[in-house]
Structure formats: C-alpha cells, structure tokens
Design a binder for this molecule. Structure first.
Ligand code: ADP
Length: 221
C-alpha cells in the first residue's frame, strides 16, 4: 500500500461527471428532500447512481476502477493486462505482496500511472453453467463495493467481469452485476456511491443499458 491512508484522502467524488444513463437509487423525491433540508438545516444527501459508459476502463478518470483479475493477481490478458500495462510495473510489484485472491473476493492497490487513484482486483468465476457461478460473480461486485466503502471511495467503475476469457454469457453476467450492485446500494443507502459499468464494446453497452431500463420499468420509475 502507498504512503497515504484513507483518512488523508481528498474528496474526489466530483472529479468527472458521468455521461450516459443514470439510475437514481434513492426513492426519496427531490422536493421532499429539499423540504426536509430546509426544516433541519442539514446538508442534502446525494443519491447514489448507476450508469453505463462505453470505452477502455484504463482511460477512465474515475476514483477507482475494478480489475477482472485472476487468482494470482500477477496480471494476465484482457482487461487485466490492459490495466497492468497502463498502471506500470509498480502495480505488479504491489500485487506481488498481496498473496493472490480467491474467486469472488477483492483486494485493493494504488493505480500508479492510471488516471484512477485505486484499483480493486477481483476474481470472477470461470463460467461452468452451475448456480454457483452467479453467486460468485455477485460476490465480486459486493466485495468490491464493500472494500471501496472501507477506503471512502465514492466513484467506482466495473468492467464486465468474467465475460471475456472466463466465458460468462454477457446478458446473464449483466443481470447478475446489475442486481448485485442495486442490492448493495439498497443496503447502503447512507453511503453515496457512483457506480459505472464500463463496457468495452457496443454489444455490452446495449445489454447493460437495456438491463437498467428493464429494472426501471419494474420499479415504475
Ligand atoms: P475475464 O477473465 O474475467 O473474463 P477478460 O479481461 O477476459 O476477463 O474480460 C472481461 C471483460 O472485460 C470482457 O467483456 C472484455 O470485453 C472487457 N475488456 C477487455 N479489455 C477492456 C478494457 N480495456 N476496458 C474495459 N473492458 C475491457
């Protein structure tokens, strides 16, 4: 870990506005919230958001990006390789100190030469078609968000974990990812978090967008 502790971190949550679609997580209406604020003089709480962007996660100017790593945490292909290349050799050096990572778990490092200050490394399941796949994939999102919260991170971008070499069908994986993130945000309504799904191609972007639109329809918002 680097020299700074989480307590010394500046608040970078407004570093960059999200483009693309945003889902408002809080059910509280803006006018009710404004009235409450006037009454109590408390600062208005920001609502957590979920959005989708298309592009290379290594170029995202986001406080924290998530790496779809393998158990060794020593680099690989796909998004893992891209993150290591962009972060530079210091990342591999720090990863060597972490002792690997189990499937579904998450570990954090600094971002070094990346625009992101932090990288959370999580290991997705290799798709087998069994029920356990979805549980482990949901664990990746939940444990990454939990770790981010522990580091006072408020803006985090995920790639489509397990959908490359690990073979998870994109549509199924997107449904698991969206539901895991939404559940975590629901369980952590006191904590502001901007979640970005960073899709590498148009197909993934469309699938995530329609997943969000479907969940909005279900919720009637
Ligand atoms: P896994 O081993 O977990 O399947 P991969 O890296 O092979 O990981 O693929 C995970 C997803 O990341 C795939 O959908 C792939 O298209 C996407 N991906 C690959 N490179 C990048 C990148 N630079 N930025 C964002 N997503 C990426």
């Amino acid at each position: 870990m680097g020299e700074k502790t989480p307590d010394h971190l500046p608040d970078r949550r407004m570093k960059q506005d999200c483009s693309g679609y945003h889902e408002r997580i809080s059910e509280t209406s803006a006018s009710a919230e404004a009235g409450r604020m006037l009454r109590s003089q408390e600062p208005m709480k920001k609502e957590s958001t979920v959005s989708v962007e298309q592009g290379d996660i290594t170029a995202l100017d986001c406080e924290c990006i998530v790496n779809a790593a393998n158990k060794s945490l020593l680099g690989g292909g796909g998004v893992d390789g891209a993150i290591h290349r962009a972060a530079g050799p210091e990342l591999l050096k720090e990863c060597r100190t972490l002792g690997g990572c189990e499937t579904g778990k998450a570990k954090i490092t600094r971002g070094y030469h990346l625009p992101a200050e932090w990288v959370i490394h999580t290991v997705g399941p290799i798709y087998s078609g069994k029920e356990k796949d979805a549980e482990l994939l949901a664990d990746c999102y939940r444990n990454s968000l939990e770790l981010a919260k522990g580091y006072s991170i408020h803006r985090i971008a995920f790639p489509a974990i397990s959908t490359g070499v690990y073979g998870y069908p994109l549509k199924e994986a997107a449904a698991v990812a969206l539901s895991a993130v939404r559940n975590w945000l629901d369980d952590n309504r006191d904590y502001f978090m901007e979640v970005i799904f960073c899709c590498f191609n148009q197909q993934a972007y469309d699938i995530y967008q329609s997943g969000i639109a479907e969940s909005r329809t279900r919720k009637g918002v």
